[in-house]
Design a protein. Structure first.
Length: 302
């Protein structure tokens, strides 16, 4: 059961700690100046990990208005780690270890972190001590192909019970070309077969899976009515496509971060307006837990 949320605010360059019972907040950490995006907590080792997208370049085509107008194609992504008390901040992977860090997931039983590298068009992993970084999925490698929105990986989730890796490729903004994929982690990387589960999604972002209930969840920041939503679906058997999608909640303002407390059946979602909502998944009731200044990307529960 969650007591707090840790939420990344790239505008304020900080991690906010939010009490899930009353919405009261404190600043957990300041000085995150490299566009933090994905966050995960290791309850056993009491560590917090987060990805950084890296400092972008402004687009030459037009005046910057949204994050889509920033160029994150430089190879300056990184992963940082800190203790639960906010001390011991250090780099797990230094700046330049990959291109653009997005959602981060932990496979604690095997001691690995998995993350999507958006402009790197890949899903990568590393041991918890920062060794053995490897490419789990490579969608594209050329400089042109890896920055095409259709090839860009954003969300990631690991089903440790069945050794499956899930990820999103969001497609163009509001483009209805988003997809969710699956691959087995048991197969050697060179022999893995990729399964396309869902396609034609508005713009899927962050993922979570519940192996016990065979459910998958994701946020979507695309256009309404199917976008700016929190969604769920049944995880299909191997070799079968994904089926019916249920919209659990809607009317977000660019929904990004997702943390699900499976004990209480409450999903917490952060968006770019600076809101964190709590959704009672059993009743379908949504409430604003916290409203901050800036915007929220990744969130995680402690």
């Amino acid at each position: 059961m969650f007591s707090y949320l840790l939420a990344l605010n790239p505008v304020a360059q900080e991690i906010v700690k939010v009490d899930v019972t009353n919405g009261e907040s404190t600043v957990f950490m300041r000085g995150l100046d490299a566009f933090p995006d994905g966050i995960v907590v290791d309850p056993q080792r009491k560590h917090v990990y987060w990805t950084n997208m890296g400092r972008p370049r402004a687009s030459k085509e037009h005046t910057r208005q949204t994050d889509a107008d920033l160029d994150f194609s430089n190879k300056n992504g990184s992963i940082e780690r800190a203790d639960f008390d906010g001390n011991g901040r250090t780099y797990l992977l230094p700046e330049g270890a990959f291109v653009t860090g997005k959602q981060l997931a932990g496979a604690w039983a095997v001691g690995r972190l998995y993350w999507s590298d958006r402009e790197g068009a890949a899903v990568r992993s590393v041991r918890l001590d920062g060794t053995d970084q490897r490419d789990e999925v490579l969608v594209a490698t050329g400089d042109y192909d890896r920055v095409l929105p259709r090839n860009q990986c954003v969300g990631v989730a690991v089903d440790e019970e069945n050794d499956h890796l899930y990820w999103t490729q969001k497609g163009p903004s509001n483009g209805n070309d988003g997809r969710i994929f699956r691959a087995s982690l048991r197969a050697p990387i060179a022999e893995r077969e990729t399964e396309l589960l869902w396609s034609g999604l508005p713009e899927p972002i962050d993922l979570d899976v519940d192996a016990s209930s065979r459910a998958i969840y994701w946020t979507d920041r695309g256009d309404p009515p199917r976008g700016n939503t929190f969604n769920s679906a049944r995880i299909p058997p191997i070799g079968e496509p994904g089926g019916e999608i249920t919209v659990m909640s809607r009317d977000f303002h660019e929904a990004i971060g997702l943390a699900i407390d499976k004990e209480t059946a409450i999903a917490y979602i952060g968006d770019l307006s600076g809101e964190i909502r709590a959704i009672d998944m059993s009743r379908g009731v949504s409430r604003v837990l916290f409203k901050g200044t800036g915007s929220f990307t990744g969130i995680a529960g402690i």
